[in-house]
Design a protein around this ligand. Sequence first.
Ligand code: FES
Length: 103
Amino acid sequence: MFKQFSDSTTNTIEVVLNGQAIQVTQGISVAAMILAQGLRFNRTTPVSNSKYAPFCMMGVCYDCLMVIDGKPNQRACSIRVKQGMKIDTQQGVGPALRTSVGG
Ligand code: FES
């Protein structure tokens, strides 16, 4: 769906997306990276399990929430990829909150 422009000066780094190591363009947002990777959704909602993908790409809608380096509810559109970053699709409220509320 999305194709990223690149040239010989584009630097890549390695991140781990849903357990798989991939090479991505350095300096882009996590949301841009997942769209370029063809990920169809980045989170599911806690109540209806609906699938959401990034929408506004500017930190307003919160549709891009993901688990980044173990922290749930991170806005993927507002965080740049970093070498070794671990990025996971968020299921519902995410792992840390699920543990803290006993679910
Ligand atoms: S895409 Fe809207 S807050 Fe990230």
